[in-house]
Structures are given as C-alpha cells and as structure tokens.
Ligand binder design. Structure first.
Ligand SMILES: [Ca+2]
Ligand SMILES: [Ca+2]
Length: 272
C-alpha cells in the first residue's frame, strides 16, 4: 500500500495529473493524506500552467529573434546611349540604399546593352564551301565601387552557307562572301556582393558612380572556310541598374511579437 501511494504521489509530482482517489479520507502513508495530495496536485497543476506560459513566451521570443527570411527588393537604374562604339569614361550616378527601409543584405549591379547599325563582312578564301556565323557589336564594361564589374557582349548576328573561293580575292562580294547588316542584339551581365564592408559602402544618402566603356567586338565561326573580315562597329545603348535586397520584420513576426507581449502581461497579472 505504501509503495502504491508513493508511486501515485510520484506520478503527481512528475506530471501534475489528476488521479483517481482510491479511498476518500484514507491515509496515503508516509504523511501524505488524501487532502494534502489533492493540494499538491493543484499546486503542481498551477506551476505547470506557469511553466507552459513561460515556455510559450520563450518560444515566441525565439521566433521573433530569428531574422526575417523576407528579401524585399528595390532598384535604381539609369540609361545611356545611343553612342557610337567605342567610348570610355561615361559615368552614371545611382542611388545608394536608404537604411530606413531595412537591413541591406545584397547589392547587385546589372548591365543591359544593345548593339545595332554595324556591319561585318567575310570573304571565303578556302577551296571548300563553308557555313559561317558572323557577329558585330560591342564589349561593354561597367564598374562601380566594391569592385563590381559587369561585361555585356551585344552582337548583331547572322549565319549563311557560302561557296568555296571562286574569285581568288578577298573582296567581300560574290557567292563566296557573306555580310551582316541591320538587326540588333542584346546582352546583360550582373555582379553582386554580400560583404559587410561593401554593403556599408552602398548604404546611406546620396549616390555612387558607375563608369561605362565600350569597345568593338566581333564574332566569327566557320566549318572549314577561312578568310578576312571587314568589321564596322555601330551604335550601342542600354542601362545600368543597382538592386538592393534587404530584410524587414514580416507581418507574421509582428503578430507573434504582439501575442508574446500579451503572454507576458497575462503572467504578470496572475502573479499580482
Ligand atoms: Ca574569295
Ligand atoms: Ca568574293
């Protein structure tokens, strides 16, 4: 009997569960009466309620402490051109990140560029017919602080099958020649940084400078033919864009914060 009652008291102490009263008013031995066991049970239950409240508050605090996974994005861009290829020293100013929006996590610099109005000709000097792919355009480079460098290669492109050399001359005319004129091409490139020092440099009021340059770019591929090219670079235009990824407290986090706050208040009221 003593063993059984001790076991019951142990269960109450461990879990705070209500237990079936075997015999109201009877002694549980070891100084624990039916009445006192009920009191112990009630106290333990209250303590457990407090523990659960504390657990929930701590859990909510942990949830709130976890950085928000949201990655809001804001960007600023500037256009350039049309300009004749080649050029250098062209600059554009872009906005720095406004720190009142949140915490900056990543900076991305993007260059979009087009090329058009150029021509490129090729004349086959080989004794075999050949397919040829030709391109004319620009290699554009944009650089900013934090060593962000982007290179775009817009090309006007074309393909043709040409005859074997049939005139013994690199005159860029005839069935052994091909030229790309008209049309346009575009290309883009991006570079990014998450280094703390870089993020700091991009944060604040004002602007930062992007420097843009271009040089002529050509492309030639053939399957057996060979011969000279006659490239005439055309025009280029495009845009540079900076993108800021940043975090802000999410609405759900704000709700959890409020719920956590209510939990703390409720606990204080119970204590009072
Ligand atoms: Ca020829
Ligand atoms: Ca020719």
């Amino acid at each position: 009997m003593i063993c059984k009652n001790r076991l019951l008291a142990g269960i109450v102490a461990l879990f705070g569960y209500d237990i079936i009263d075997p015999q109201p008013g009877s002694s549980y031995g070891n100084g624990v009466t039916h009445q006192s066991l009920k009191t112990v049970t009630r106290r333990l239950k209250m303590r457990n309620m407090r523990n659960i409240t504390t657990f929930v508050v701590v859990l909510l605090a942990l949830v709130v402490a976890v950085p928000a996974a949201s990655a809001d994005i804001i960007s600023n861009s500037a256009t350039f051109g049309p300009r004749e290829v080649a050029f250098s020293g062209l600059t554009r100013d872009l906005q720095k990140f406004d720190p009142t929006l949140g915490v900056l996590e990543k900076v991305t610099l993007t260059l979009n560029a087009s090329a058009y109005a150029g021509t490129i000709s090729w004349d086959n000097e080989a004794t075999i017919a050949s397919d040829v792919d030709l391109g004319i355009g620009a290699e554009l480079t944009a650089t900013s602080m934090a060593n962000l460098v982007v290179v775009a290669l817009p090309l006007q492109e074309g393909s043709a099958s040409v005859a074997a050399d049939n005139d013994g001359a690199a005159d860029f005319i005839g069935t052994d020649a091909f030229a790309v004129t008209g049309g346009s091409g575009s290309d883009s490139d991006f570079d990014e940084t998450i280094l703390p020092a870089d993020l700091l440099a991009f944060t604040g009021p004002g602007t930062f400078q992007v420097e843009i340059s271009s040089q002529a770019n050509t492309y030639l591929a053939s399957n057996g033919g060979f011969g000279p090219i006659d490239p005439v670079p055309g025009m280029t235009d495009g845009s540079v864009m900076v993108t800021y990824e940043y975090s802000t407290p999410e609405p759900t986090t704000m709700v959890l914060l409020a719920v956590g706050g209510m939990g703390v208040l409720a606990r204080k009221r119970r204590k009072a």
